[in-house]
Design a binder for this molecule. Structure first.
Ligand code: FAD
Length: 359
């Protein structure tokens, strides 16, 4: 079956829903949101049970509706899933699932989307597919010959299987710190990272990160000197479980190891250590395979955008992947302004102004 809309949004995580909310509120454009999950929640459906948001609920909201409070403790993934589920139904957003978009092709002045269910034509496409489905594994010699278990944090389901084991956690950002903190409680932890951990000041949370990201983007847009991003402050948000483990002296860092042995890891200085398991907290890459037919990347493999509009593919918008698609746009609170600007750009592009009558 073939369907036609003005705008096809790919991905019904927080980014896709926020764009949908603004399209519904501020435009008369027809649109659909195609999502390949069985149920609402986007990436939050796959987080580990103990993950806590960086910010309190009231500072983790999408446009139009405050996230219900969770008291003194920051929300967990289940709370965000409930919130996004309610958001979709409350605003009657036209989400179709499970529908995986395999490929987006040029079709006249618009696009044709090949999916696992039906074909869609759209005058414009908003890609909001996030990063969770593209875990990044660094290349380390011997990785395939290591006989222990390895998991990326995208598939980490909690500390229980590691009880009493010798476990390496790789990665010095938030996922690495949060998982290292809980592994240290039950296992013999080795926490490997490049350099020292960069703790943010204890009182800093997502609110401050968003403020710094916004200030930076405003300064750059105004042609002022770069005031530095959040990296200048540090990068690990000291949520309560991380604070507890750090203050108890459980989070010693080691340099990144150099290679695997069949039974463990070895550092460049010749030290070796036997281990049972490695948990990779080494980040994610944007999930953009469906855009391959459009050749959206330039010769340097970069994607050039103006706001959220691709400068190489007219009519294509990218929302929510990281600071490169808008300050703080990979966060619940941060994606709102980006989504609003994208809906306004779509309105300008797709709605032809009525001709001014001649006098
Ligand atoms: P997603 O939530 O990934 O949604 C994209 C959707 O598109 C998914 O449903 C996906 O399955 C679907 N999809 C992908 N490809 C296709 C396709 N080809 N066809 C159809 N559907 C497709 N964020 C915060 O806001 N606050 C926090 O406090 C916070 N804390 C975090 C703590 C940690 C430790 C980590 C690791 C992350 C944290 N994040 C936080 C980030 C947050 O998890 C993600 O950045 C966010 O979920 C991204 O939203 P999104 O809508 O862009 O993508």
């Amino acid at each position: 079956m073939e369907h036609q809309v003005d705008v096809a949004i790919i991905g019904a995580g927080q980014a896709g829903l926020a764009v949908g909310w603004y399209l519904r509120r501020r435009t008369d454009l027809s649109f659909v949101i195609l999502d390949d999950q069985d149920a609402p929640g986007g990436a939050w459906r796959h987080t580990w049970p103990s993950l806590r948001l960086f910010s309190p609920a009231t500072f983790s909201s999408l446009p139009g509706r405050l996230m219900p409070s969770t008291g003194a403790q920051n929300p967990d993934g289940a709370h965000v899933i409930d919130y996004l589920t309610d958001y979709e139904t409350r605003y009657d957003l036209p989400v179709r699932r499970p529908v995986h978009v395999n490929a987006v092709h040029r079709h006249g002045e618009g696009f044709r989307l090949e999916t696992t269910a039906d074909t869609w034509s759209a005058r414009a496409v908003v890609s909001a597919t996030g990063t969770w489905s593209q875990p990044f594994w660094p290349t380390v010699p011997g990785r395939r010959t290591f006989r222990g278990t390895q998991v990326h944090c995208a598939h980490y389901a909690g500390p229980a299987p590691y009880d009493g084991k010798r476990v390496v956690v790789v990665g010095g950002a938030n996922s690495g710190a949060q998982i290292a903190a809980e592994i240290a409680e039950v296992a013999n932890l080795t926490w490997c990272l490049k350099g020292e951990p960069h703790w943010l000041p204890d009182e800093v949370d997502g609110r401050e990160l968003f403020r710094v990201a916004t200030e930076r983007s405003r300064a750059l847009a105004a042609g002022l000197p770069d005031p530095g991003g959040v990296a200048a402050l540090g990068n690990i948000v000291v949520v309560p479980p991380v604070k507890r483990a750090r203050d108890a002296g459980l989070l010693h860092s080691e340099p990144m190891f150099h290679r695997f042995t069949p039974t463990g890891i070895a550092w460049a200085d010749g030290r070796e250590q036997d281990v049972d398991a490695v948990i990779w907290c080494t980040g994610f890459r944007p999930a953009l395979r469906h855009l391959r037919p459009l050749h959206v990347r330039d010769d340097n493999r970069s994607i050039c955008i103006d706001g959220t509009a691709s400068t190489t593919v007219d009519g294509l918008y990218l929302v929510g992947y990281g600071d490169w698609t808008g300050p703080g746009s990979a966060t619940l609170i941060g994606v709102g302004p980006t989504a609003k600007a994208t809906a306004a750009a779509l309105q300008r592009r797709l709605v032809t102004p009525a001709p001014v009558p001649a006098c």
